[in-house]
Design a binder for this molecule. Sequence first.
Ligand code: NAD
Length: 347
Amino acid sequence: MMPSDKALVPFVSVDHMMQMVHRVGLARMITRIADAIEDDFRRWESFDKTPRVAAHSPVGVIELMPTANDTLYAFKYVNGHPKNTTDGLQTVTAFGLLADMHTGYPVLLSEMTLLTALRTAAMSALAARYLAPEGADTMAMIGNGAQAEFQSIAMQAICGITTVRLYDKDPAATAKCAANLAGTGLKVVPCDSAEAAIEGAQILTTCTADKQYATILTDNMVGSGVHINAIGGDCPGKTELANAILHRSSIFVEYPPQTRIEGEIQQLDPDHPVTEVWQVITGAAKGRRDAREITLFDSVGFAIEDFSALRVVHDLTRETGLNLPLDLLADPDNPRDLYGMLMRAAG
Ligand code: NAD
């Protein structure tokens, strides 16, 4: 029995996602996702929000990230296992789903490993557009793993960065990143220490993976007027910045109840003041106040960013036709005769 069209769910595989990115262009796709996040952050109060649901083990975490507004529901399944790369596996993999709130039927199932890299880069660059010092043209990129090139290209496309200074404790990761960024128009400067990487940079991105309280930036490395884009600390017990830096910074976060658990601010008192990025976007709160201020985007990744990215991919499945219709939902002729549908299948 063939399911009807309404029961077929468009599935975007990794291969389809890669084709989609190439059709649209990587920088344009990241910009489109950043625009969608900006739109959804303007509607922040209309979303159901909850800190993500996490299952921790000594070596990693598996998380579910749900959110909904009055028309669409989305969730992402994502893991974070820093030790994976030594076994030839990725630190972060993900997939996710978008559903119609009116019927409860899924309208899209998608790979989200690539999409997470795109949306994380889009979110970083969107926050930097509001918070980085004027005229910022150089970014230090510390941690040159899976996310690094996407972060660099997003900052180039959305914030006008022209130079990226790379450092990773593993020189092979830096060499990979430098080779991948050749030809993007960015000036790429591989560095042999984090101290060297931050020289002359107005945006400092930390994107390392280690399941511990790490100190990627020490207090004396951070001068006035920079914007810190701290992405890698996104789990209880997993941070990247010296505590003293947090006390010198104006801190911007996605969703405080989640960031207090997972972000750099887990190192601070629970009532330490933070500003929500959506309020900066709507104008309800101030972003950067002056040229000497240190701004810190304490990024952990929030469900609404995935919702926005899935919305873009859903539109792109229609624009490009790139998807596989998946027989995911039972579709009996008589909706109340699920049993009959099963029995007739025996013949
Ligand atoms: P990855 O494992 O591919 O790369 C991490 C890199 O960090 C590796 O190359 C490693 O050598 C390097 N590194 C580790 N410790 C370092 C140190 N002390 N100094 C310099 N380099 C160091 O991981 P990835 O997929 O690029 O993700 C990086 C981090 O970002 C992870 O912790 C992940 O959980 C986090 N992440 C956050 C978000 C978000 O929304 N905030 C989204 C995706 C990933």
